[in-house]
Design a protein around this ligand. Structure first.
Ligand SMILES: COc1ccc(OC)c(-c2cc(C(C)=O)n3cccnc23)c1
Length: 121
């Protein structure tokens, strides 16, 4: 029988896609869905050296660029920390980034991930 495309995906890719979907749910305003545009965020590309967003993370999964869960988690942290660096505390974006980082990392603790099996070893 021929495996569906999704079943052919590497186990790590399928796990990361699931984790990404869960993280994206925590960004209802889609502030983190796409790269931040300098037209909406003046000087952004001068201040943020390594931009990151959910669509870029999805592309990196599809391109098998993540060699481990930690690399994936580091990009998630980078995305949130970029927003807390560029946007002043008290702004809607800074608050959204803090909330996303804390709630997202709670989903990425070993205890939460252990049930997913030995894929992480
Ligand atoms: C108001 O609607 C949107 C829509 C998409 C956005 O980024 C993808 C943003 C956005 C997202 C951000 C971030 C994440 O820093 N941002 C900063 C300044 C101005 N705009 C933004 C806002």
């Amino acid at each position: 029988c021929v495996l569906k495309a999704s079943q052919k995906r590497r186990p790590l890719s399928r796990l990361l896609e699931q984790l990404l979907r869960n993280l994206e749910k925590r960004d209802p305003n889609q502030f983190f869905a796409w790269p931040v545009n300098d037209n909406f965020a003046p000087g952004y590309s001068n201040i943020i050296r390594r931009p990151m967003d959910f669509s870029t993370m999805k592309q990196k999964i599809d391109d098998n660029e993540y060699k481990s869960l930690n690399c994936f988690i580091n990009d998630f942290k980078l995305m949130c920390n970029n927003a807390m660096k560029y946007n002043k505390p008290g702004t809607v974006y800074h608050k959204a980034a803090r909330r996303l980082l804390h709630s997202g990392l709670k989903q990425l603790t070993p205890a939460k991930l252990r049930p997913l099996g030995n894929i992480l070893t």
